[in-house]
Design a protein around this ligand. Structure first.
Ligand code: KG4
Ligand code: ZN
Length: 341
């Protein structure tokens, strides 16, 4: 079964063709990172307009690189939520129109489910259930208990910022470009991870909190520079040396990875029946996290971020689990299916 997956939830316009949930026939991603690097974050209206410009060429390229015509496509899968509304609308309206035009069944896929299913892409050892999934993206930080395909229970979540968001905000304080994850990882390579002691938040159970860690970095930078806490955060970068930036990046990255690993260990102790651990979402590209969790499954680094292949993979397992297509004529964006369902 060949599925065309379409993803436009944030600042990547992506389409891919995947066979039977694992073999990637094409995977086209056009990133808007270059546009947003200078702003330090995504501007939703600009993101939506950029999706509009490249959406159809991206779909056409995904089909041609997969050597497919529309006759070869069995279903269309599209990210319906969560994400930026304007960005999601470009993807969902495109998918609905194509489904009507070519008479294909249309599936609305939850974005976090897609990130989890990036782990099933490619040839690898079978992932055994029950699975524990750590979802670490720009918008979410969650631990999911997955007893079988397409069944999810949220057992831990962040009370405030997501870990990826924390990477992005700390990068901004340090004067590193958006997205913060890769730029912090690069700066950290020449830094001393033991230089600054940053606190681990005290959050009950399997939940997370990352806004305190961002503030702790802010206060530590102000202290290091001998500046008052009223000193504007956007100006601090002008006072930091390259070595201080590297040391703060390394210390922050180490702390963030430790926090994730601690919660994962706690979850494994609480759910001793777990057979496999999968890590999902943009932050799963982080090399230090990969080294710290060497027993876990990670997507191929290029599949950690947003892409269409993971949407097609998630859709394949939804179909296997008996999920029905949605009505492409429906004016409602899509039913609010919770990730637990
Ligand atoms: O999953 P994703 O591509 O988009 C969302 O669904 O949010 O995640 C993007 C997030 C950004 O916050 C980015 O800074 C982070 O993933 N990220 C990383 C790395 N690469 C991307 N964080 C840490 N280390 C990385 N290498
Ligand atoms: Zn994502």
């Amino acid at each position: 079964m060949k599925i065309l997956g379409i993803e436009t939830s944030c600042d990547e316009t992506a389409a891919a063709v995947v066979e039977d949930g694992s073999t990637i026939l094409s995977n086209v991603v056009v990133s808007q990172i270059d546009i947003f690097a200078e702003y330090g974050g995504v501007i939703p209206e600009v993101a939506a307009r950029s999706h509009l410009e490249v959406m159809m060429p991206v779909v056409a390229k995904a089909l041609s690189e997969a050597d497919c015509t529309w006759d070869d496509i069995d279903a269309i899968a599209v990210t319906y939520a969560p994400g930026l509304l304007g960005s999601l609308l470009i993807g969902t309206l495109t998918a609905r129109t194509l489904a009507i035009l070519y008479g294909k069944p249309l599936y609305a896929v939850h974005h976090l489910k897609s990130h989890v299913y990036a782990n099933w892409l490619g040839e690898k050892a079978p992932i055994l259930f029950p699975v524990l999934a750590l979802v670490v993206s720009g918008g979410h930080t969650q631990i999911l208990y997955m007893p079988a395909h397409n069944k999810f229970e949220i057992i831990g979540t962040t009370h405030d910022d997501a870990v990826g968001e924390c990477f992005d905000k700390v990068a901004k304080i340090l004067g590193l470009p958006y997205p913060g994850g890769p730029s912090i990882a690069a700066a950290a390579a020449s830094g001393d991870a033991g230089k600054y002691k940053l606190p681990h938040p005290k959050v009950e159970g399997l939940d997370f909190s990352f806004s305190g860690l961002k503030t702790a970095v802010l206060r530590a930078v102000q202290k290091e520079l001998g500046l008052p806490i009223s000193h504007p955060s956007h100006d601090l970068k002008n006072h930091l040396s390259a070595q201080q930036v590297a040391d703060f990046a390394a210390s922050f990255q180490k702390t963030a990875v430790e926090i994730l690993c601690e919660k994962l260990s706690l979850a494994l102790a609480k759910y001793p029946d777990i057979q496999s651990v999968v890590i999902a979402g943009g932050v799963s590209a982080n090399q230090k996290l990969r080294e710290a969790l060497s027993e876990a499954y990670f997507p191929e680094p290029k599949l950690s971020g947003d892409n269409g292949a993971m949407v097609a993979a998630a859709c394949y397992y939804e179909i296997q689990s008996g999920v029905m297509p949605v009505d492409p004529y429906s004016l409602n964006i899509y039913p609010r299916i919770s990730i637990e369902s």
